[in-house]
Design a protein around this ligand. Structure first.
Ligand SMILES: [Zn+2]
Length: 342
């Protein structure tokens, strides 16, 4: 198995105010995780092609794209602009954002041409909070959504598995009515941005193609595993995706400063393996989303790389026995009722 990492030094030029958790040092932490992987010899890196405007307007309103570009252009490094309270931008942010949005399209080209078997888009800014109409929550453009929309338009069935600790509200909004894209999110509840209840299952033709698994603070890996077995895997088998896009946020790690979940890097590895095992025919790629403890990002990235090349490597032990079991049962019941109702 060969893996291509789509990344670029320009992602580090998106600088942020002092103390901001979503910072350039996260890139180096992830690169260290790749370097430590026993599969490092299977890895090569390349720069992304910037996303073309057609791919951006397939996901986002033109007005939102214009506002983001103009806010970046009007900012200075010393006086950043703000797209929302959490989303500071400097002039270099725009180029980084368009490269980040294009990374998945570059990865698709690499996988389709068999120049690589799998891909990791190591990008900043992250994307999963960016909605069709608003940049928010550290995210300017929705990187994973740009790729999923392009694949769906090319006739593919796309599964997005969002393992970031926060609900991927922007990605959900993009595909809430679209049966070509299944969106699954595991997230701490309650937590920013406040969406992702179990009864959010999709609307209209997309009904049933959104799967939300809200979990309480402290949830351990065994309950994530149970949620895959009992709730998510049957949905995925029914959908039968041809592509799997993993929104790989590592902020559900127990060391993360913004969240309160109980996972280790080993749990993340197991979760990725379990998701991949339920999509045996799909081409697979991952996108970096959140994750704010640098050592956790390093260890989780090592686990991700191993899982992607089907050479699993546990950098920390898996966990069990914490809270979360009752929540998984509740999600299953709420989802069943929501699917039956209306
Ligand atoms: Zn997050």
């Amino acid at each position: 198995m060969s893996l291509v990492v789509i990344t670029d030094d320009r992602f580090g030029d998106h600088t942020v105010p002092a103390g901001f958790p979503e910072r350039p040092a996260r890139l180096g932490a992830a690169l260290a995780g790749i370097a430590r992987s026993h599969a490092v010899d299977a890895v090569r890196s390349m720069s992304p092609t910037p996303a073309p405007m057609e791919a951006l307007v397939a996901v986002h309103d033109q007005a939102m794209i214009d506002l983001a570009r103009e806010t970046c252009a009007a900012a200075t490094v010393d006086r950043p602009g703000h797209l929302d309270a959490d989303t500071a931008v400097v002039p270099a942010t725009w180029e980084a954002s368009v490269l980040a949005a294009g990374a998945g399209l570059t990865a698709v080209d690499e996988l389709r041409s068999a120049r690589a078997d799998t891909a990791f888009c190591l990008v900043r800014p992250p994307g999963h909070h960016a909605t069709p109409s608003h940049s928010m929550g550290f995210c300017v453009l929705n990187n994973v959504a740009v790729t999923a929309r392009a694949l769906a338009d090319a006739g593919e069935r796309v599964l997005i598995a969002d393992i970031d600790c926060h609900h991927g509200n922007g990605t959900q909004d993009c595909f809430i009515g679209d049966p070509r894209v299944m969106f699954v999110s595991w997230h701490q509840w309650p937590l920013y941005p406040g969406t992702g209840r179990a009864d959010e299952i999709g609307i209209d033709a997309g009904r049933g193609f959104t799967v939300n698994v809200p979990l309480p603070p402290g949830t351990t890996g065994d309950h994530y595993r149970a949620s895959v077995e009992q709730i998510v895997a049957p949905e995925i088998e029914r959908f039968d995706p041809t592509w799997l896009l993993i929104s790989a946020g590592f902020d559900a790690h127990r060391a993360d400063p913004l969240t309160s979940m109980g996972l280790t890097a080993g749990d993340y590895t197991q979760l990725i393996v379990d998701i991949m095992d339920s999509t045996p025919r799909a081409k697979v790629m991952a996108f970096l989303e959140g994750g704010y403890d640098l050592e956790a990002v390093t260890k989780c990235t090592t686990g991700l790389i191993g899982a992607l090349v089907q050479s699993t490597e546990f950098t920390e032990t898996v966990t069990s026995g914490g809270p979360g079991g009752a929540a998984v049962q509740a999600v299953a019941e709420v989802r069943k009722r929501a699917m039956e109702g209306g």
